[in-house]
Design a protein around this ligand. Structure first.
Ligand SMILES: [Fe+2]
Ligand SMILES: [Fe+2]
Length: 187
């Protein structure tokens, strides 16, 4: 069965398409967290618990693979491309990596408080505020981050990277998810 990372499915010949699919999934689970945050001052209902569990699992297990796809597979190959066009974006790539680090403590807050809510069924007013604030900060951070990647970095990579570089990236992405790489298999 093909493994799908997101609403739309791209295949191995288009790794930046696969990465954009991941963005749609990040947006979807952030929206789930926002819905949970809105009702967190009340005892958890079954639907809320389910949405929170799924979103927490995504951000703890799948999202770090997306970051690794970018930091370990895509960005290094882009940096090797010595065109003036890419070099003018080096500071943007550094900034994107900084933002991955800035998101970490916010994700840690969401994970800690979300797990506590699932365990005890309620949070203090201070904890609810902290959860809401972390989700709002993540939403704002990802919004500008994803726009830059989707509209500048990924199109540039799709244009400048060679077919074999794209295949190497796709193979590394598949390996992170223990999927057998094959051009026609959706990741
Ligand atoms: Fe990123
Ligand atoms: Fe990304």
């Amino acid at each position: 069965m093909p493994i799908q990372i997101g609403a739309k499915t791209h295949n191995f010949s288009d790794p930046t398409g696969l990465l954009s699919d991941c963005h749609r999934r990040i947006e979807m689970f952030l929206s789930s967290l926002e819905s949970v945050a809105a009702v967190m001052d009340r005892p958890a209902e079954v639907e809320t618990r389910r949405g929170l569990e799924t979103a927490l699992r995504y951000f703890s297990q799948a999202a770090p693979k997306h970051t690794a796809d970018e930091e370990d597979s895509l960005f290094p190959r882009l940096r090797q491309n010595r065109s003036a066009e890419v070099e003018s974006l080096f500071s943007q790539l550094d900034r994107l990596e900084d933002e991955h680090r800035w998101a970490d403590p916010l994700h840690a807050d969401v994970e800690l408080l979300g797990a506590r809510y699932l365990l005890t069924g309620s949070l203090s007013a201070t904890e609810v505020e902290r959860f809401r604030s972390a989700v709002a900060s993540l939403t704002a951070l990802y919004k500008r981050h994803i726009i830059l990647e989707d509209t500048v970095i990924f199109p540039l990579a799709a244009r400048l990277l060679t077919k074999s570089e794209k295949m190497e990236i796709a193979e590394e992405m598949a390996r992170r998810r223990s999927v057998a790489p094959a051009p026609q298999i959706d990741l």
